[in-house]
Design a protein around this ligand. Sequence first.
Ligand code: NAP
Length: 308
Amino acid sequence: MMAIPIAIVGVGKIARDQHLPTLAASNRWRLAGVVSRHADDLDVSAHPTLTALKAAVPELAAVSICTPPIGRTDVIREALELGLDVMVEKPPAATISEAERFASLARDAGRSLFLTWHSREASGVAPLSAWLNGRTINRVAIEWMEDVRVWHPGQEWIWEPGIGVFDPGINALSILTRLLGPVSMTGATLRFPANKASPIAASLAMEGGAGELVSAEFSFDQRGPQTWTMTLDTDGGQATLLDGGGRLEINGSPVDVPEGTEYGRLYDRFAELVGKGEIDADLAPFRLVTDAFLIGRREQVDAFSWSD
Ligand code: NAP
């Protein structure tokens, strides 16, 4: 199998934590260069634009977009015009209409597009999905509580309108919609720091297509232990996903989960999509976020400081 030459656009936290190590360990992909304003410490060359990178590396075939979610249209259009297949970090865009445009641009260009949801590839999710088969889910309780100061140090874009605590919260919603299928937002309270344009916490109520009742508590201000947990009460017992989906317990007992990493599975899936010339652009988690903003009641809380 020939490794596919791929570029990364935006060498920030997630590119360094996950994408670069995953590509280095993959035999399906070969990192051919990056588009970056700062990254001059890598084994591959950094270029100011994708067009410049493609000129220097004509065999470049794909790109993985790791910039913040606001302002991706130009680089995705440029990638498709250069004939590249495109993978995109979550959340896909600033708005639903912008994300829908990515899919139509990819269709028109005849290229593959993968709008990714890395948490769906967490090790416990597929085994949980299999266990749920044939069982009736009654209730789902989500607690996604992390400290923005730890996970997004100094990233001002995280407080742009429409992001805030939904940057991690959308990961829970991606798992939820993978497990339940269609879900609708029935109530939301969004807590905005006095000095920020997006919420630092949210309480959500949702309902699955089969009447499952879902509650979610999201916080970006969680000191001490961090919690990314989803508990599902079913007619056949209780399942709990822990550590963002990395661990699974059934009725309190740990369950074996597959080896491998979220990003390893993401890039395998992208290789499959490229091989088949397909598009995977599921916006279900993103729609729940926009619905939360649509119906959410707003509360003001204390101003946020990175140094508190
Ligand atoms: P980040 O650390 O701020 O990195 C983003 C990179 O994008 C920057 O380092 C910069 O790279 C480039 N960039 C281009 N235009 C930019 C702009 N206007 N403002 C800031 N950066 C710009 O962000 P990140 O945490 O890696 O997040 C990137 C995406 O990955 C987001 O969609 C996020 O939701 C997702 N994600 C993040 C995490 C996490 O743990 N942080 C986990 C999973 C997914 P250059 O310096 O190379 O130009």
